[in-house]
Ligand binder design. Structure first.
Ligand code: URA
Length: 235
């Protein structure tokens, strides 16, 4: 297997990053620096990246999880809070989450051991639209909706990129919104709503690009279909 694919499928980084590390002399094979990204890794070769041995890659697997609130999107937690990985009860592959959902947010989370796909989807340049269902306090004025749609200052260097925002329901002093964003800043939807004066009471991600949460029960997961995997690789 080509060296960059080997490193990416082992979950270390993307193929492109693997090429950079290789050309920078950070990759050793059987103890010797290898600066050839096209090197064909053979069974028994010992690959070390940045001083860390790389385990032979597993067969790539892809899952969609319906994350409940209260689970954190990391592989381990020093405060011993439950992680999303603890929900994957019969998955033996060393998968990790693609991007993040904050602890209180529910909904669609992809998990894979395919480093390439993960970096491809999560990279800001990729502009994969993520869809959220947000229940927020109060009612939104036309100006507030306009601001959410056109970009708001959430305290970062740049305003948020334009978003699709639709009011789905207004009831007893709260509003249900569908919000589609193509960025993945930390707690972005909550911060966008706060920037226009509304608190998010409930937040669920319902889609990542064309991959839908659908009727997957909370706390359960499914394998992505070959069509969904193909879509993610090409989106
Ligand atoms: N926006 C948020 O506020 N939280 C998430 O988890 C994802 C998007």
């Amino acid at each position: 297997m080509r060296l960059n694919k080997y490193i990416a499928q082992a979950g270390v980084c993307s193929r492109r990053k693997a090429d950079e590390l290789t050309l920078a002399g950070k990759v050793k094979i059987n103890g010797a620096v290898c600066k050839t990204p096209g090197y064909d890794v053979m069974e028994g070769d010992v690959v070390v990246v940045d001083g860390k041995p790389v385990e032979a890659p597993e067969k790539p697997v892809y899952y969609a999880l319906n994350k409940p609130a209260g689970f954190i999107t990391t592989t381990s937690d020093e405060k011993d809070r439950p992680t999303v990985l603890s929900l994957l009860t019969d998955v033996t592959a060393r998968v990790y989450p693609v991007g993040r959902l904050d602890g209180a947010t529910r909904g669609l989370l992809l998990l894979t051991n395919d480093g390439d796909l993960s970096y491809h989807i999560a990279h800001p340049s990729q502009k994969v639209w993520k869809t959220y269902l947000a229940t927020v306090s109060g009612y939104l004025s036309r100006d507030e909706l306009w601001a959410l749609r056109n970009g708001v200052d959430i305290g970062d260097k740049k305003k948020t990129a334009p978003a699709w925002v639709t009011v789905l329901k207004e009831k007893s002093d709260m509003t249900q919104l569908e919000i589609k964003i193509c960025e993945g800043r930390n707690r972005q939807v909550r911060r966008m709503c706060k920037a226009v004066g509304h608190t998010v009471l409930d937040l669920q991600r319902t889609a990542i690009g064309d991959i839908k949460l659908g009727r997957l029960h909370e706390g359960t997961y499914r394998r992505l279909t070959p069509q969904e995997i193909e879509y993610l690789k090409n989106c």
